[in-house]
Design a protein around this ligand. Sequence first.
Ligand code: URA
Length: 432
Amino acid sequence: MRQIALSSETDWDGWRQAARRLVLAGIEPAELSWSVGGASDPLPDASGSFNVSRALVSLASVAFQAREPERFGLLYSLVWRSHAGDKLLEDADDPDLLLARRMALSVRADAHRMRTNMRFLPVEDGARFLGWYAPAHFVLEANAQLIARRFPDLAFSIVTPDGAAHWNDTALRFGSGLRHAEDDEALAAWWDRHGAALLEQAAEGTSVPEAEDLDEAPRPPDLPALGPVVLRAVSDPALLRAGKDAASCQRCPLFAPATQMVFGEGSADSAVMFVGEQPGDQEDVIGRPFVGPAGQMMDRAMEEAGIDRRTVYVTNSVKHFKFVQRGKRRIHQTPEVPEIQACGGWLDLERDRVRPRLLVLMGGSAARAVMGRAVTISRERGRPIQLPDGQTAFVTVHPSYLLRLPDAASRAREYAAFVRDLQAVRAIMQAG
Ligand code: URA
């Protein structure tokens, strides 16, 4: 038996190189034993090349990420048979092919689950987003590459029991993982203690040590200071439950193409609730409201107006991202009235629970959701509007409107007007 050791569970290049040389040297699948790490017999000196159909390479590259140890040998035998002229891809009942397809299906579902269920926490004062997830298969690398390609400007770390991926706008690096993360706060505290060292270790490209177990790691005496965005309003069980229920909401068709539902967040004691339109491209992936470009614009204006985002509740009138796919880009689409109405129950629930004195309605969709009618922003912005239920509304522009303005002069003018609106919000709050 010839022993072939790969360098890691996801050593696709190593497996491909080995498979090519072994097939060319005529080594039968039954003569091979595959492993990760450990001693390896030398690969045969075989030169030349052969073609494998694109469909088989694509299937193998996905099934390769499955956690089943027998995948290396199974995929080798498919390549071996294909090289020998077997038309296996045409036989839908071929048991090896069926097994590889089942593995690939399970990998795809797991990769999707990881992207939809993982929530990112802002750490390092919001400079990095941190997510933890325990995937069923080895999907970390492929998912991290996908997220890095989609959001090259977003520094993130994804930590799993198998290892961690760190992106910092130039390189994706891999390092040690974490076996278990109890909750967001414990994860943030763990990062606070180990993050810098983990990034350094990954940058140096040292080998991946065993995952650390948070339970065994000594806890820091205090939780780290929170970044500019507060953690989800975990203090209010009803809001937390509503967020979980909303995650499976299918009240309108927007749930289907979206990555996940994005519920509001902030303290349940907030006196002010900021309402936007719907999550954008980044919010849809990260699972938190207002973390993308519009959110950064809003944060900057809030800071200039003297409003601490940690003290307000931030949400959207529609909780799923509505978009059209154009090539690789997802282009935002304004939600229709029935979609705003279908989502209204979730916003009502948030309003009931938080009971803010003031609702800051950013843009037409938020104003329509709360006031139940079409609102001309330029006519109604900048002043308190009494609502029938005793709450007060305050209409202003949506921060993404500022991002869309074509020239610097109008952007500066409109941004200043937005800050003035937020200063008025602050004055209303201070007046009690
Ligand atoms: N725009 C919104 O209305 N909400 C977000 O969360 C992000 C962008």
